[in-house]
Design a protein around this ligand. Structure first.
Ligand code: UT7
Length: 368
């Protein structure tokens, strides 16, 4: 029988700097009352020049490894879901791999915008279930503040930075992801996009002057789409897991807008006590929002072993998806490992590997 992919570790990281609605009101024509009424957002975290998608992801990943009590070298696969990668390539996942010293892991980025964490969980689960890997690290990380037009009040009020991570491990006993649905509709791609910087519109003076490197969004269109698909995807995933909505203890939705979350809960006849909402403090951290909300729910004692939880999200693409999980927590036992102490070894290893590559270059250079 195929193994299950248990969620055995979790972690999150946000930058120090908080940006309040009051501060935003000094930058664009908006006010706290409007933002709170239309979105539920009161503040968000914004990356400092030192924070990057990889640095936030690394912190979240090390915490997740600590909770799972496993070494970076136990990780077989790292999937980093992000729409604000450090570069087009190399993948941000490879930067994380190097920084945590996961010397036996494959690593790649996954681009499905705010639905990315659900997609990544499903891909990692499938890899575990088919037996090709035993342990995966799934990270959602964003520094979208770098791509926001701080003069556009329609978008700059929404987004925040942060990262969240899960460790998934193979086990014979039932648990972890029970079902997932992934959907897309590329015909709506222009509703939420970052037009330039790829092969379609390479960076040029003109693309910069035209503001094509900022997030462009048709807010109303995305809103309509989101309220439709959130409950739909949840119901599909729940049915696929042979469960009913009443069997679900906790709904952890993508944190884009409190009104969208409340509409989904209403459509599902789910009381808000069974829904995690933290968009008020983090804003929309895109693919990081579901793991961040999960970590908060655990810390607040809202998620326990044996609970059935639904993750549901939507985003650019357009993409959407949902996953049902049976919550178990870390595997018991073993000597305590301290993945944070591996950071220093990872650094040394990285320096050494660069040095070897440099020496190889000198040698090969001499002979050619
Ligand atoms: O992860 C996915 C990411 N995206 C989303 O989830 C976005 C989904 N959409 C939304 O959350 C909402 O559409 C917004 C919060 C973006 C906008 O709320 P809305 O209730 O849909 O407002 P609207 O776009 O219909 O605009 C209503 C009015 C407009 O003024 P007029 O044309 O009625 O005079 C806007 O210009 O509100 C104005 N407005 C603002 N006013 C004060 C738009 N943004 C602001 C603002 N402050 N920040």
């Amino acid at each position: 029988m195929s193994p299950y992919a248990h969620i055995t570790g979790w972690g999150m990281s946000v930058p120090e700097r908080i940006l309040t609605n009051e501060e935003l009101a000094k930058m664009v024509d908006t006010d706290d009352a409007w933002i709170v009424e239309r979105t539920g957002i009161r503040q968000r975290y914004i990356a400092s020049p030192q924070d990057t998608s990889a640095s936030l992801a690394t912190e979240a990943a090390l915490q997740a490894l600590k909770v799972a009590n496993i070494k970076p070298s136990d990780v077989d696969l790292i999937i980093v879901s992000t729409s604000s990668p450090e570069h087009i390539f190399p993948a941000t996942a490879c930067l994380v791999q190097d920084r945590i010293g996961a010397n036996k892991a494959g690593a790649f980025d996954l681009s499905a915008a705010c639905s990315g964490f659900i997609y990544a969980l499903n891909v990692a689960t499938n890899a575990i279930q088919c037996g090709s890997i035993k342990t995966a690290l799934v990270v959602g990380t964003e520094t979208l503040s770098r791509m926001v037009n701080w003069k556009d009040r329609g978008t700059c009020i929404l987004f925040g930075d942060g990262a969240g991570a899960f460790v998934l491990q193979a086990a014979e006993e039932p648990g972890g992801l029970l079902s997932a649905v992934m959907r897309s509709d590329g015909s709506g791609g222009d509703a939420l996009s970052l037009p330039a910087g790829g092969s379609r519109l390479p960076t040029s003076l003109a693309t910069v002057a035209e503001g094509q490197h900022y997030i462009h969004m048709n807010g109303r269109e995305v809103y309509r789409f989101a309220t439709r698909v959130m409950s739909q995807a949840t119901l599909e995933a729940v049915e696929k897991a042979n469960l009913k909505i009443d069997d679900i203890n906790l709904l952890i939705p993508h944190q884009a807008n409190q009104r969208i979350i409340e509409a989904a809960a209403r459509n599902l006849n789910m009381p808000l006590e069974r829904v995690v909402i933290n968009v008020d403090r983090y804003g929309n951290t895109s693919t990081a929002s579901i793991p961040i909300a999960t970590v908060e729910a655990i810390n607040e004692g809202r998620l326990h072993p044996g609970d059935r939880v639904v993750f549901v999200g939507f985003g650019a693409g357009l993409t959407w998806g949902a996953a049902v999980a049976l919550w178990n927590g870390p595997f018991a036992g073993k000597r305590k490992v301290r993945p944070v102490s591996y950071r220093i070894w990872a650094r040394l290893r990285s320096i050494l590997r660069r040095l070897v590559r440099h020496i190889e270059g000198l040698i090969w250079g001499r002979y050619t």
